[in-house]
Design a protein around this ligand. Structure first.
Ligand code: UTP
Length: 291
C-alpha cells in the first residue's frame, strides 16, 4: 500500500467559532505564529505525503492562497532587506503540491471526503480534518500509515476520552489484536455513556481505501436530508472486517473548541524561547491567586 495523497476537508461553516469565523475560515485562525491548517500540512509533509487535496468552499479560498506565492509581499520584503521573513513566506508557498476541489453544499464530513473521489481515484489515501491539530515525535498520520502499510487495511486514529465526553464523538466497538491496535467490529455515533461500547473516540485522522467512496456514494441519495457522516461509511467497512483502529499518541487540539484553541496557542508560546518567560509572567498576572 503506497499512500501519496492526503484529503483535508476545510469546507465547513465553523459555526462553533462564530463570530470569529464570520469571514475568516476557522482553519486560518492563527495558532501562535501560523494558521491552524499549516500545522496539518506540515504533519502531512513529515509523513512523506506529497499531494494535499483541500476540499473547500467558495468563500474560503484564502486557505489555498496561504500556500501560494504572494508576489507583492515578497517584493516588499526583498526591497526592505527582510531576508529572513522572505524565506519564511516563500517556504510556505513551496512546501507542498496543493490540489483543490469544491464541496458545493456543506453536507457533512463524509460528503466532503466523497468530493475528493475524482482526484484520489483508486488509490488508498490519508484524510485529516482541517481543524484537528496533533503533535507528537511521530506525526499522528504517520502512526496510522505505518500500520496501514504493514496490515494492508484502512485505519482510523482513536484516543481515549473520559466519561460523558463519549457522547461528543464516534466511538469504536473493537477487539485489541496487538498493543494499541484494534479490529473494529462496529462504530457508534455519539452514544450515551451507558451505551458506549468503549471510551475510544475517533479523532480526525484516517488512512482510507478507495472502497470508502462506494459506501459514501450509497449514502449520497438525492432525497437525503441529514448530513453524510464519514462514520457511517466506516461502519460498513467495519462490518466487512476491513477496518483497524490505532490508538494515537500525542497532544491533540480541536481548534473548533475555544478551550483547545486557546490552549494550543499557549502550548506553542511556551515552546518559543523569545516569548516563554514573558508569557508565563502575563499568565500569572491574569490567573487568580490560589486561596
Ligand atoms: P466540523 O465538524 O468541525 O464542522 O468539521 P464545521 O462545520 O466546520 O464547524 P462547526 O461544527 O459548525 O463549528 C470538521 C472539519 O471538516 C470540515 C470542516 O471545515 C472542518 O475542518 N467540513 C465539515 C467540511 O469540509 N464539510 C462539511 O460539510 C463539514
Amino acid at each position: 500500500m503506497h499512500v501519496r495523497k492526503v484529503v483535508v476537508p476545510v469546507a465547513g461553516w465553523g459555526t462553533r467559532s462564530l463570530p470569529a469565523t464570520k469571514n475568516v475560515p476557522k482553519e486560518i485562525l492563527p495558532v501562535f505564529k501560523k494558521p491552524a491548517v499549516q500545522y496539518i500540512v506540515e504533519e502531512a509533509i513529515q509523513a512523506d505525503l506529497s499531494d494535499v487535496v483541500f476540499v473547500n468552499h467558495q468563500n474560503k479560498t484564502i486557505i489555498e492562497d496561504h500556500f501560494d506565492y504572494n508576489l507583492a509581499l515578497e517584493s516588499l520584503l526583498e526591497r526592505t532587506g527582510k531576508q529572513d521573513l522572505l524565506k519564511q513566506v516563500r517556504h510556505v508557498a513551496e512546501m507542498v503540491n496543493i490540489i483543490s476541489v469544491r464541496q458545493k453544499k456543506q453536507l457533512g464530513l463524509g460528503h466532503a471526503v466523497l468530493c475528493a473521489k475524482e482526484v484520489v481515484k483508486q488509490e488508498p489515501f490519508a484524510a485529516i480534518v482541517g481543524d484537528d491539530l496533533m503533535f507528537s515525535p511521530v506525526p499522528g498520520i504517520k502512526q496510522l500509515l505505518d500500520v496501514a502499510e504493514s496490515e494492508q487495511m484502512a485505519v482510523v486514529g482513536v484516543m481515549p476520552v473520559s466519561g460523558s465526553k463519549v457522547s461528543n464523538y464516534g466511538i469504536i466497538d473493537a477487539e485489541e489484536i496487538a498493543p494499541h491496535m484494534y479490529r473494529v467490529k462496529d462504530l457508534q455515533e455519539k452514544p450515551t455513556p451507558e451505551r458506549a461500547a468503549s471510551n475510544l473516540a475517533i479523532t480526525g485522522r484516517y488512512i482510507l481505501t478507495p472502497d470508502v467512496f462506494e459506501h459514501l456514494q450509497e449514502l449520497n441519495t438525492p432525497d437525503r436530508k441529514e448530513e453524510i457522516q464519514l462514520t457511517e461509511a466506516l461502519r460498513a467497512m467495519a462490518r466487512k472486517d476491513r477496518l483497524l483502529a490505532v490508538r494515537l499518541w500525542g497532544m491533540r487540539f480541536d481548534i473548533g473548541n475555544w478551550v483547545d484553541y486557546l490552549t494550543a496557542n499557549i502550548y506553542f508560546g511556551l515552546q518559543d524561547e523569545e516569548v516563554r518567560d514573558d508569557l508565563v509572567q502575563r499568565l500569572q498576572e491574569i490567573l487568580p491567586c490560589p486561596e
